[in-house]
Design a protein around this ligand. Structure first.
Ligand code: HEC
Ligand code: HEC
Length: 303
């Protein structure tokens, strides 16, 4: 008898998963917020590759730890996340885990997204759930063998992952607080622009002082207010222009073959002007640091 009940429970579970109840039409404001976040938070760059179906994944992300392929996150029941509940999505974004408990590789920047508000994660879910399902199979990741040992992700997590919504730094003005939220939870400027140790730990004592992706041979400049090494000479309008067009105060542009160009084009240019100003306001509050990522990694990153 117990067995029959258990079997019934399984059958019912499967039926529910295969035919999700019709969702009420999404609130247009929430949907629009989700669409903006899908772009501003960079999901688009990894999960919607030009020439491949929208949300079908497929972007390869070479890092020093290996190459990781963004999966299909369309509502397809088999190949996407169509069988997920909103709770599963919250677990992925907030806790960096799949519904079966597996930890995600940090190429999926959950160390930033965990800091998002419930409202923003919900808006992303509403947007994603309303997109068409696409067929696109997942590609297996290729971690470097030395990082592929069991427990590697647990170890990384203990060192680097701090789950839960952002706690605002004390003493910030409203725009600075908004900027902190964008920089740390949404646009994750700090994940690229902060130096890391060889094993990938962020060097928090040199916050935003510049980094590198040696998997792609790219240097990420110093964003602290240091006048020489950082962007202390930039005005707020300079930052708004850069995040809108990629043009720097000296008239040069972010290199087209490096990631910042794409980030500006597909993600940051979509932010409101007010949000761009908030990012600048927050960056001004970070301690100035004379670290020079070019001197540290330039040779290793030289093409
Ligand atoms: C830098 C690339 C990158 C960005 C940006 C990114 N992802 Fe991903 N995402 C990945 C990779 C790679 C994985 C697979 C991780 C793994 O399998 O360990 C993944 C996994 C996922 C998963 C789990 C899918 C599954 O089948 O388990 C979801 C959901 C997801 N991403 C949603 C998002 C959303 C929403 C955003 C934006 C807020 C986003 N991702 C931004 C690369 C990215
Ligand atoms: C995925 C990694 C990545 C993320 C995320 C990222 N950047 Fe960048 N950024 C780069 C790279 C690479 C460059 C170098 C581009 C170049 O100079 O051609 C760069 C250059 C810049 C520059 C030019 C600085 C200079 O002195 O030339 C500024 C300013 C900047 N980023 C600000 C930001 C801000 C603000 C954010 C978040 C809203 C951000 N970046 C997010 C990788 C990133």
């Amino acid at each position: 008898m117990r067995l029959i009940i258990a079997l019934l429970a399984v059958t019912v579970g499967v039926t529910v998963a295969a035919e999700p109840a019709a969702e009420p039409a999404a609130d247009p404001a929430v949907y629009a917020q989700g669409e903006l976040l899908y772009h501003a938070a960079g999901c688009v760059g990894c999960h919607s590759v030009p020439g491949l179906p929208h949300l079908g994944g497929g972007r390869d992300n070479p890092t020093v730890f290996g190459t990781f392929y963004a999966p299909n996150i369309s509502p397809d029941l088999e190949q996407g996340i169509g069988a997920w509940t909103e709770g599963d999505f919250f677990t992925a974004m907030r806790d960096g885990r799949a519904p079966d408990g597996r930890l995600y590789w940090p190429t999926f920047p959950t160390m930033a997204y965990t800091k998002m508000t419930d409202a923003d994660i919900h808006a992303l879910w509403v947007y994603l759930s309303a997109q068409p399902a696409v067929q696109a199979p997942e590609r297996a990741h290729e971690p470097k063998p030395i990082y592929a040992f069991p427990g590697a992700l647990n170890l990384w997590r203990i060192m680097e992952f701090r789950p839960g919504p952002l706690s605002p730094e004390p003493g910030l003005t409203d725009p600075q607080q908004r900027g902190q939220y964008l920089v740390q939870a949404v646009t994750y400027c700090d994940q690229c622009h902060t130096p890391r140790s060889k094993i990938g730990r962020m060097r928090r004592g040199r916050y935003l002082a510049g980094g590198a992706n040696l998997g792609k041979l790219e240097i990420h400049p110093n964003l602290t207010p240091d006048p020489e090494a950082g962007i202390g000479a930039w005005t707020e309008d300079d930052m708004v222009r850069f995040l809108t067009t990629g043009e720097k105060p000296d008239g040069s542009f972010a290199r087209e073959d490096w990631v910042m160009h794409e980030k500006v084009r597909d993600s940051y240019s979509r932010l409101s002007e007010e949000d761009k100003r908030s990012i600048y306001a927050y960056l001004q509050t970070v301690p100035a640091d004379d670290f020079d990522p070019e001197a540290r990694w330039g040779e290793e990153a030289a093409p």
